[in-house]
Design a binder for this molecule. Structure first.
Ligand code: GLC
Length: 734
């Protein structure tokens, strides 16, 4: 359709039809069958029959058969033949599941992230999906919050880069093209900062921190072309985001010039009543609509109340309604739905593309780059299977609740259920006699009331007497993660800790592999580990990817996207903190009058950007170049016998400013592959924008001293302090 046709269509719709267009429901809510599980609170909601024929969009229908049926039945009854928009949560893959986003963040690879989203779009488009509620751009600093798993981590620059890549992967250049879907960036804004890490809890940030730390990733997704924005459950400056005019109008529409639809989160319109800013559903509908929420997800308040509000002097107008409806019609038009209402939905193609060998191979390759090697006392890599001689080489012990578990996909993987277990992956490489697997019992979940494995007996421990090395696959039940997965304690369950400690006490080389969707509190078991690999939840090819790493077929290259605390009492602990007036740079010491703990270090156990490799990389010849343009460079050398990938990181500190500035901020990263003994000079441009920060709503550069750092993580860097002023950049304009 062209613009004139869209305008004519809009003018032919009556108010009830327009209000239905603003409503998104699960198919069951408006009379259609659908067997896809709900992802939010059980609704049980129904809307007045008169709206059913004109509903605008559908939540969580995830297969072509249902979608084709629903779309065709809908078009028979919609008086204007306006196609339904099908939206779903495709967060880290659809049927081929990739690592959780927090793990993808550890790849520091925009290319990997874009590729996962391209495949997710291809697989989900074949099942009739038009829009994904992704990327989740919420920056996170508190691993007690279950949804850190959906974030790319604690850094604004990395978060922004990977959210932009996600949008490009889903959308390509034209969302009407086959195998492309529209991206809905969420949860706007700052849902990732709940007090205490407690789900749906209060968010209380200064405006400056909101601007400089939490908003950049949403902005990057929008600048990359994200077609929708989802408003969040939480408050921003004491006003719920879903009813927050400053957020949705001043920032999103006026400052950022976002033109697409804003959709609420699951019943977040109705929750304005719980927040206490709306007396009833009518007021909740008025507040959300006036703030700028165009689509109401999973609550009926627009349908039930906006028509009357438009007739009274509520401040809501037909123009506002037309603007909201037109945004939705334009999105449907951009997807080509008026001409092709079922777009790519195709039951045959579904079977061809879902979990294809090619998609799985890519998933395996990417997953291996997302695991992070945290400790290795020359235990890894394991003996190579090709050199493994049964009878001479001792079997490798394997146990732990995740050893043979296929439940390694991570949350928000409703499209699939099982992945390759670690045991399966090892057996794909080693002869049966090479692996001595013992089942230690399942790890239940907190809501099931069984959040531990059985206590290991000495007999169980002795079952590994023929093994020198034992792999313990430990972690947290994935049902205790994701939405509604907040925890106040982050240690491994007591019996898992005991299993590791008892095996160590039995003189075994212990390789712990951690399956978790957040940084756990692992200090209590660290000394008992001879090697420690953070496996996150790596998705469909988890077991094969981990085996590739364990046998050295792939050299670990993951770097932490989120700090690991010594203890939950340290949280929030993150690298880009402020100096304070009494900084405590050294561990402990006798001076108590510093910003420190008496019983715990200030620094995290493992810092942002940290990760080991089977190679060793040295950094030399740090150099700042001022000719033509400003840049910093370093020479990286692989001084080991193994080829490997290093993620070189650029950090910058603005040393003096009228407001406090972080002790450092990531401003660039490059993954480089180096053969054994090879060197490469890595250079980073230093631009005016990289040195700027927000004062109120404007980005400001202030001349002064800047400390430029390049290194392998946020704590180990080479650095130099230089003076930078406008003249530094004047040359660039010449
Ligand atoms: C959930 C989540 C949101 C998701 C939506 C639809 O409550 O907060 O991330 O996209 O509902 O499932």
């Amino acid at each position: 359709m062209n613009a004139a046709q869209l305008t004519n269509l809009l003018s032919s719709m009556n108010t009830e039809e327009k209000l239905a267009q603003l409503t998104q429901l699960n198919p069951v809510c408006f009379g259609f069958p659908c067997f896809t599980p709900l992802t939010g609170p059980d609704s049980g909601l129904r809307i007045p029959e008169k709206y059913n024929a004109s509903i605008g969009s559908v939540l969580n229908c995830d297969n072509a058969k249902d979608m084709l049926y629903i779309q065709k039945e809908h078009l028979k009854q919609d008086p204007h033949k306006i196609p339904l928009l099908f939206m779903a949560d495709i967060i880290h893959g659809f049927k081929t599941i990739f690592p959780i986003p927090l793990a993808l963040g550890c790849s520091f690879s925009p290319e990997h992230v874009e590729e996962t989203c391209r495949i997710a779009a291809l697989e989900s488009a074949a099942s009739g999906i038009h829009v994904t509620f992704s990327p989740m751009a919420d920056l996170v600093r508190d691993p007690r919050w279950g949804r850190v798993m959906e974030s790319f981590g604690e850094d604004p620059h990395l978060n922004a880069s990977l959210c932009a890549s996600s949008v490009r992967g889903y959308q390509g250049d034209d969302i009407s093209m086959p195998d492309r879907i529209a991206a809905c960036v969420k949860h706007f804004a700052a849902y990732g900062a709940p007090e205490g890490g407690r789900e749906y809890n209060t968010v209380d940030l200064s405006y400056g921190i909101l601007q400089d730390t939490y908003l950049p990733a949403y902005r990057a997704a929008i600048d990359a072309g994200a077609k929708l924005v989802m408003s969040s459950f939480n408050i921003v400056d004491r006003v719920p985001a879903t009813g927050n005019k400053h957020l949705l109008q001043n920032i999103l529409r006026m400052n950022w010039q976002f033109k697409g639809p804003v959709i609420s989160d699951f019943n977040s319109v109705g929750e304005l009543i719980n927040h206490g800013v709306a007396r009833d559903e009518k007021e909740a509908a008025a507040l959300s609509f006036a703030a700028g929420v165009d689509i109401e997800m999973m609550s009926p308040h627009y349908c039930n109340h906006l028509a009357k509000l438009l007739e009274t002097d509520s401040g809501l107008t037909e123009d506002m309604l037309d603007t909201a409806v037109m945004r939705i019609l334009e999105l449907k038009n951009e997807l080509g739905l008026f001409e092709h209402p079922c777009k790519d939905a195709d039951c045959t193609r579904e079977a061809q593309v879902h979990l294809s060998a090619g998609n799985r191979s890519i998933a395996r390759h990417i997953a291996a780059d997302c695991a992070v090697l945290l400790k290795n006392e020359n235990v890894l890599p394991l003996p190579n299977p090709t050199q493994y001689c049964p009878g001479t080489a001792k079997p490798i012990g394997l146990t732990g609740p995740f050893a043979a578990s296929p439940y390694v996909l991570g949350g928000w993987s409703a499209g699939s259920t099982e992945g390759i277990s670690l045991y399966e992956g090892l057996c794909n490489q080693y002869p049966a006699s090479g692996i001595c697997y013992k089942d230690c019992g399942a790890l239940g979940s907190w809501l099931e009331g069984t959040p531990d494995i059985p206590l290991p007996t000495q007999d169980f421990i002795d079952a590994f007497n023929d093994c020198d090395t034992v792999i313990v696959a430990a972690g947290e039940n994935q049902n205790d993660t994701g939405e509604g997965g907040s925890k106040a304690f982050l240690r491994l369950s007591p019996h898992q800790e005991s299993l590791i400690q008892q095996l160590k006490a039995n003189k075994k080389q212990v390789v712990v592999i951690l399956f978790s969707a957040r940084p756990l509190e692992i200090a209590p078991i660290l000394s008992d580990c001879d090697a420690l690999l953070q496996a996150w939840f790596l998705g469909t090819e988890s077991g094969n990817a981990l085996t590739d790493l364990l046998i050295g077929a792939v050299n670990p290259s993951g770097r932490l996207s989120m700090s690991f605390p010594y203890t939950v009492g340290q949280i929030p602990v993150y690298y880009n903190h402020f100096q304070t007036g009494r900084p405590c740079t050294q561990q402990g010491g006798s001076n108590r009058y510093l910003s420190r703990y008496l019983d715990c270090p200030v620094q995290p156990l493992f810092c942002f950007g940290y990760g080991l490799s089977y190679s060793e990389f040295s950094y030399t010849d740090f150099y700042i170049r001022r000719e033509d343009s400003l840049s910093a460079s370093v020479t990286v050398t692989n001084c080991s016998h193994s080829a490997g990938t290093e993620t070189v990181q650029l950090y910058i500190q603005d040393i003096h400013a009228p407001i406090v500035r972080p002790v450092k901020e990531l401003k660039g990263f490059q993954r480089i592959f180096l053969e054994a003994g090879a060197s490469q000079t890595v250079s980073f441009p230093i631009t005016r924008e990289l040195l700027s920060y927000h004062r109120t709503d404007t980005l400001l550069f202030e001349p002064g001293a800047f400390n430029i750092q390049i290194g392998k993580n946020s704590e180990e860097t080479l650095s130099e302090t230089i003076m930078i002023d406008e003249s530094t950049f004047a040359k660039e304009q010449l």
